[in-house]
Design a protein around this ligand. Structure first.
Ligand SMILES: Nc1nc2c(c(=O)[nH]1)N[C@H]1C(S)=C(S)[C@@H](COP(=O)(O)OP(=O)(O)OC[C@H]3O[C@@H](n4cnc5c(=O)[nH]c(N)nc54)[C@H](O)[C@@H]3O)O[C@H]1N2
Ligand SMILES: Nc1nc2c(c(=O)[nH]1)N[C@H]1C(S)=C(S)[C@@H](COP(=O)(O)OP(=O)(O)OC[C@H]3O[C@@H](n4cnc5c(=O)[nH]c(N)nc54)[C@H](O)[C@@H]3O)O[C@H]1N2
Ligand code: SF4
Ligand SMILES: [Mo]
Length: 707
């Protein structure tokens, strides 16, 4: 079509990182999407969310000017005014309470350049290591657990390896819904004859296709891994040559699992011992076996140990360092791997260089020409807690909606109210932005250049397709504007390539990458450096970053809040294929929105019957922390006793209910299980949105309301 052009970029939703082209009309609006046929992972495909991208960035309800809170709501402001309010607020808090009373929450949806700028802003401009992002409540146990056992917290293999696996174990991951294109590769592998095994308390789509589905009790991952190891060592199915040559700790591990027989543990795991024995035989005797895992492993108070348990399993069987093997965390957000690599974590500078390591501190300080802080900073929920204690007062947050996505919504709301300054940079007015003192309009991925790093460590170029909507600015650009007004030139880059080049120079895994080189390849997988100039598809082929891998025995940890007489059902939270995160982008698409009603509680028909519920009955759901109303959907994909809610719906947010109890190592909250009570609403009563429930109960305890 005349006036139309096609711009190559990367899907802005999940960590698969599919290649897409944006169809641009007269250089000003995105009117369509097409898949890239030669992309190494997506190979000419996109899932429903990818196809709906134009709706997600559509200018209809985009923020177009900065907004400043007044007693009567927000008023439009110029950038100058907004920057003045922000800088005055930051300087005031830092003068009174010091730099650790402020912090930055960056975005795994934004580019590497934006995230590099965010952590540099925190460290070099504000003078604090208080910087974190959603990886905390996603794969922080992966970073902590695999770092200890393997020396590197990323997917060990590549998506392409699925073609070479004989056995695929999908453990606590709903890949056809959440990593749809990669889930499709898993289905193709099954069709060509690979053995597919699913470990999940819910009967997911892959579970229905699998050769074996272990419908485990939620929170029993370590018990199962240890029972499998027990069988493997008892039968001598371990790979002794691999253990001798490349690992340490095998003997202690074998001893630690000596009393973990499947028959002894099967009841606690919730599946017959024979299924555990079958899985041990299949995995223990496999040629190439690949483990994929997700939030069913990480979102527990035992998250880090769960990850280590899976690493123990793969290492014991020598399933590492070859194509079609490995331990593969399916990183969630389009750029969550990158946001971690960039150092948007309170304990590491870019490239996982420890803030407590004096040599690393010196290196970064020399390079940035300022002394960077060496105290470990606060995690995202650490900032929440510190705000409630009155010692944390200012937050700059972009591209996250913690009011909807962090656990225990009422605590999150209370902590935001305790801040003197909350700045939110967003595409649209989210629940969190509505609580800000200053809202900044952020440019979407289609309006900026940069890079995203996908789940298989592939760094890919994102190209600007249209001008920024309204007065919106890229995240590193508005961060730079604040820095300049605070008197710092630390973020004075000319363009995104300059940000990338600075980052690559101090981030060892990225040191061999440049924009032109990324353009010549279809992205490059890290490590990409002098010894691996074309990147690395497969990690740990001959050695581990820590030399030998460490087998560290781990033991079962009870879930924090088991069901009891008052709260007799166990609630888990999951995702739906057609919606994404807080829903602020996916719910703009009428096509995606049509697929699912607003808010859902999935419940087994037996539980529904005993509560007197029919399909679509209106229900109240209560936990020790909150209350919401929604509609029930009856399904035997869940066992009796377990109910499930997606977390995408701001009007019925499952995080009203969830538990903030944390994994002591990674500070991951237990988002995958808490206890609830479900009651039918009176006949004819519609579920009320949470905003209405909270407005009615403000001042009184929400626990006291009806339902
Ligand atoms: N459509 C869509 N896709 C997405 C997202 C989205 O919001 N929507 N979000 C992205 C993000 S940020 C992420 S992190 C990924 C997450 O992708 P997944 O990891 O697939 O996420 P979930 O669906 O939350 O949880 C996975 C599974 O864990 C299971 N589970 C619960 N408890 C246990 C347990 O004790 N043991 C085992 N083995 N399994 C258990 C659940 O039943 C569920 O099927 O998805 C990404 N992709
Ligand atoms: N109960 C429960 N809660 C969960 C989970 C669960 O399984 N259960 N999963 C957790 C997980 S794994 C994750 S990762 C989190 C995700 O939680 P969030 O990170 O809060 O979720 P997103 O919906 O991805 O929010 C991203 C926001 O970024 C904005 N955005 C997109 N691109 C840009 C950009 O370039 N710049 C700026 N400034 N903004 C941008 C979007 O408009 C959107 O509002 O949720 C967690 N919460
Ligand atoms: S699988 Fe993920 S990256 Fe690919 S099109 Fe779907 S949402 Fe986008
Ligand atoms: Mo995530």
């Amino acid at each position: 079509m005349p006036g139309q052009q096609s711009v190559q970029t990367i899907c802005p939703f999940c960590g698969v990182g599919c290649g897409m082209n944006l169809l641009v009309d007269h250089q000003e609006s995105v009117v369509g999407v097409s898949p890239q046929s030669d992309h190494p992972i997506s190979k000419g495909k996109l899932c429903a969310k990818g196809w709906s991208t134009p709706f997600a960035i559509e200018p209809g309800d985009r923020l177009k000017h900065p907004l400043i809170r007044t007693p009567n709501g927000f008023r439009a402001a110029s950038w100058e005014e907004a920057l003045e309010v922000i800088c005055f607020g930051l300087e005031d808090i830092i003068t009174r309470l010091g730099p650790d009373a402020v912090g930055v929450i960056s975005s795994a949806r934004a580019s590497n350049e934006d995230n590099y700028a965010a952590q540099k802003f925190a460290r070099a401009v504000l003078g604090t290591n208080n910087v974190d992002h959603c990886a905390r409540i996603c794969h922080s146990p992966t970073v902590a657990g695999l770092k200890q056992t393997l020396g590197s917290g990323a997917m060990t293999n590549s998506a392409a390896d699925i073609d070479q696996a004989d056995v695929i174990v999908v453990w606590g991951s709903d890949a056809t819904e959440n990593h749809a294109i990669l889930g499709g590769h898993i289905i193709e592998a099954k069709l060509r004859g690979a053995t597919l095994i699913v470990v999940d308390p819910r009967r997911t789509r892959l579970a229905k296709l699998a050769d074996l589905h272990l419908q485990v009790r939620s929170g029993s991952n370590i018990l199962l891994a240890n029972a499998l190891l027990h069988e493997i060592y008892r039968h001598g199915w371990q790979d002794q040559a691999f253990l001798d040559a490349r690992c340490e700790g095998a003997e202690a591990l074998a001893e630690a699992v000596a009393d973990c027989s499947p028959s002894r543990l099967s009841e606690a795991i919730g599946v017959p011992a024979s299924q555990i024995q079958t899985l041990a035989r299949i995995y223990g005797q496999a040629g190439n076996a690949m483990i994929f895992y997700g939030m069913g492993i990480t979102q527990f108070v035992s998250g880090t140990f769960n990850v280590m348990a899976l690493a123990n399993l793969a290492l014991s069987c020598g399933q590492m360092g070859r194509p079609g093997t490995g331990v593969n965390p399916l990183r969630g957000q389009n750029n969550v791997q990158g946001a971690c690599d960039m150092g948007c974590l309170p304990n590491v500078y870019p490239g996982y260089q420890d803030v407590a390591d004096p040599a690393a501190r010196q290196r970064i300080s020399d390079y940035w020409q300022c002394l960077v802080p060496n105290r470990t900073g606060l995690t995202s929920m650490g900032m929440t807690r510190a705000a409630l204690r009155g010692v944390f007062k200012g937050m700059i947050l972009f591209g996250e909606d913690p009011v909807v996505t962090d656990p225990d919504q009422n605590e999150v709301l209370a902590s935001l109210k305790a801040l003197d300054l909350l700045v939110v940079a967003e595409l649209t007015m989210t629940e969190t932005a509505s609580h800000a003192h200053v809202v900044l309009p952020a440019a979407s991925f289609a309006e900026k250049n940069g890079t995203f790093t996908n789940c298989e460590r592939r760094v890919q170029l994102v190209h600007q397709a249209i001008p920024p909507v309204g007065e919106s600015r890229g995240d590193w650009q508005w961060l730079g504007a604040i820095a300049r007004r605070l008197g710092s030139k630390a973020l004075d880059w000319t363009d995104s390539q300059a940000v990338f080049d600075e980052m690559a120079a101090i981030t060892p895994n990225y040191s061999g990458m440049t924009y032109p080189k990324l353009a010549r390849h279809h992205g490059l997988q890290w490590p990409c450096n002098e010894t691996a100039p074309d990147g690395t598809a497969l990690l740990h082929q001959t050695s581990f970053p820590i030399g030998r891998a460490r087998l560290i025995p781990v033991h079962h940890v009870d879930i924090d809040e088991p069901a009891d007489g008052d709260y007799p059902l166990q609630l888990t939270t999951n995702r739906l294929h057609f919606h994404y995160g807080c829903g602020s982008m996916s719910r703009k698409s009428p096509l995606l929105e049509r697929e699912t009603p607003d808010g859902i509680l999935f419940i087994n028909p037996l539980d529904a019957q005993s509560l007197g519920l029919r399909d679509h009955s209106a229900v109240g759901v209560r936990s020790r922390r909150g209350y919401l109303e929604t509609r029930a959907i009856l399904t035997d994909d869940l066992p009796p006793g377990l109910v499930s809610m997606p977390y995408h719906f701001h009007e019925a947010p499952s995080n009203q209910l969830t538990n903030r109890a944390m994994d002591p190592i990674s500070k991951m909250p237990e988002l995958k299980v808490c206890a609830v009570r479900v009651c039918p609403l009176p006949e004819g009563q519609q579920p009320r949105p949470i905003q209405a429930i909270l407005a009615q109960t403000s001042g009184s305890d929400p626990q006291e309301t009806s339902g």
